[in-house]
Write a protein that binds this ligand. Structure first.
Ligand code: XBP
Ligand code: MG
Length: 235
C-alpha cells in the first residue's frame, strides 16, 4: 500500500456514537437556554436524523411541530443563535471526555497511519465539534493526522448530497477509486456513492435497521479490521 490511497471517515455515528449522548442533549440544552418550549426525546431524534445538519434539523422540526414560529421573520436568526448555543454545549460535553470513540476506531486509524495510508474526514457536523472530539477522544494532536477535514458549511448541500466528498477528494487530489469512505448511515452511504466512492458501512445505534444496498461491506464494528484488507489488489 502506498500514499496514493486514502481512508475518508465520517464522524457522527462512525468515529463515535455522538448523536444520543452528545448532539441530542446539546440541542435540548440550547432550547432551554433560549427559553423555547421544545424538547426532543430519543425516539423523535431518531426520526429527525433523517435530516443532516443541526441547523437544517432545527428548521425541519420547527416546520413540522411549531409552524407559526418557523414562519416568523426572525426565525433565521433564532436558528443561528440556537445552533451556536448548541455547539457550545456539545463542545463542552465532548471536551470533558463524555463521548468515547467506537470500538476499533482508534486502532484502525493508528494502523492506517503506520501503513502509509492518507487520512481525511468528510462530515456534516461543525468543524469545532470535530476538533473537540479528535482532541479529547483520540489524541491531543489527532486533528493533524488528517490531511483534509471537510466539515459543516464548507459546502452548501449536506449529505446525502456528494458535495462534502467531492470537496475532500479535490483537496486530496486523488480519484475516488483510490479512496474508501467509512460511514454509519444511509445518508452518508448515498453521499459517498454519489461521489463515486466505495463505502464501508459500520452500523450504529441509530442506523442499524437502515438499507445499506450499494455498500462495499457492512459491519457492526471496526474492531480487527486491517488497513491492507480495505484496499485489496485489483483482480
Ligand atoms: C451528522 C449530522 C450532524 C450532527 C449535528 O451526519 O447530521 O448534523 O447531527 O451537527 P453525518 P451540527 O454523520 O452523516 O455527517 O449541529 O454541528 O450540524
Ligand atoms: Mg454519520
Amino acid at each position: 500500500m502506498t500514499t496514493s490511497h486514502a481512508l475518508i471517515f465520517d464522524v457522527d455515528g462512525t468515529l463515535a456514537e455522538t448523536e444520543r449522548d452528545g448532539h441530542l442533549p446539546a440541542f435540548n440544552a440550547a432550547f432551554a437556554e433560549l427559553g423555547l418550549p421544545w424538547h426532543w426525546d430519543e425516539h423523535l431524534y431518531g426520526e429527525l436524523l433523517e435530516v443532516t445538519g443541526g441547523k437544517e434539523r432545527i428548521r425541519h422540526f420547527a416546520q413540522l411541530y411549531d409552524p407559526a414560529r418557523a414562519a416568523a421573520t426572525d426565525f433565521g436568526d433564532l436558528v443561528q443563535r440556537l445552533h451556536q448555543t448548541k455547539t457550545a454545549h456539545y463542545v463542552r460535553r465532548v471536551a470533558a471526555g463524555a463521548i468515547p470513540l467506537r470500538p476499533g476506531v482508534a486502532e484502525l486509524i493508528k494502523a492506517a497511519r503506520s501503513s502509509g495510508l492518507r487520512l481525511a474526514i468528510a462530515t456534516t457536523t461543525s468543524p469545532e465539534n470535530v476538533a473537540a472530539l479528535l482532541h479529547a477522544s483520540l489524541a491531543p494532536d489527532a486533528a493533524e493526522w488528517f490531511e483534509v477535514i471537510g466539515a459543516g458549511d464548507v459546502v452548501p448541500a449536506k449529505k446525502p448530497a456528494p458535495d462534502i466528498y467531492d470537496w475532500v477528494l479535490e483537496r486530496l487530489a486523488l480519484p475516488a477509486a483510490s479512496c474508501l469512505a467509512i460511514e454509519d448511515s444511509v445518508n452518508g452511504l448515498q453521499a459517498a456513492r454519489a461521489a463515486g466512492l466505495r463505502c464501508l458501512v459500520c452500523r450504529g445505534e441509530y442506523t442499524r435497521e437502515q438499507d445499506f444496498s450499494g455498500a462495499w461491506r457492512v459491519v457492526n464494528s471496526l474492531t480487527g479490521i486491517a488497513p491492507a484488507s480495505l484496499f485489496p489488489p485489483a483482480p
